[in-house]
Unconditional design. Structure first.
Length: 258
């Protein structure tokens, strides 16, 4: 079986699990990715089934998150338009497996990033900063045990995503020390800061550009990059009301159906 056929077959298994709500133990041996490059090829193949993507997420931007899923660094994954939501939406709760939410900072790119761009040029290509909440999920029953290549294949635990308001004057703020909170049903459930995201969300943006280069990809104008959770992932369930608070920058609020 060719590499392209292996990637497509693995994508079929994962996309079937995604749409059916089934959880799998692992990909079949004959199509299981053997390294990061093969895992990334599978997530690209899933894009042919899931439809348009509008940017990227970054998983495991904290040491504790990396230890939890058994990887040595962050993982990139696509954001698919069909799973995008607005503040105030009611998100479906059936089929959720991971059942957590994450308060994040997300960059909107205003220009393509040149292949040889350095950190300052990468940040200069940003058009805006948004507040956001990711609702990650996995198609694996025990995602923390399957390893980095399969997690990449699974789109780095991509799930639903709530894009919140744009932050005016974002470049003036030091996000590395900016506090965040997650509230569930009116009670504060977690606190954190932008410093939990590779030390600064800007560092995460630079990281993904460099990692996409490794896979022969680039970051383009109009794409969104959500940079990773600023707090420990917060458990949620059916009927919960979620509010991610970013101080004077604003908030993102939504709920889950019962």
């Amino acid at each position: 079986m060719s590499d392209a056929n292996r990637a497509g077959a693995a994508a079929d298994v994962l996309w079937n699990a995604w749409t059916s709500g089934e959880r799998i133990a692992a990909l079949p041996d004959d199509v299981r990715p053997r390294d990061d490059a093969e895992g990334f090829a599978v997530q690209l193949a899933i894009g042919g089934r899931a439809g348009r993507s509008y940017g990227w997420k970054i998983a495991a931007t904290t040491a504790s998150g990396q230890a939890h899923i058994g990887v040595t660094g962050p993982l990139p994954g696509p954001l698919f338009e069909r799973f995008r939501h607005d503040p105030g939406d009611v998100l479906a709760s059936d089929g959720m497996h991971m059942r957590v939410v994450e308060a994040e900072f997300a960059y909107l790119m205003g220009a393509d990033v040149a292949p040889d761009a350095g950190p300052d040029e990468i940040v200069a290509a940003v058009d805006g900063l948004h507040l956001a909440v990711e609702v990650p999920d996995s198609r694996f029953a025990r995602y923390e045990t399957v390893g980095g290549a399969q997690l990449l294949a699974d789109c780095a635990c991509a799930g639903r995503f709530v894009l919140g308001p744009e932050v005016p004057g974002w470049a003036e703020h030091d996000l590395s020390t900016w506090g965040t909170e997650v509230w569930i049903n009116g009670e504060r459930a977690a606190t954190g800061s932008g410093g939990n995201v590779l030390g600064d969300p800007r560092n995460a943006l630079v990281w993904i550009v460099e990692d996409l280069r490794r896979h022969g990809r680039g970051l383009h104008a109009g794409e969104l990059v959500t940079t990773g959770t600023t707090t420990a992932p917060v458990p949620v369930g059916p009927g919960d009301e979620v509010r991610a608070a970013f101080g004077e920058l604003g908030e993102v609020a939504f709920s889950f159906g019962g």
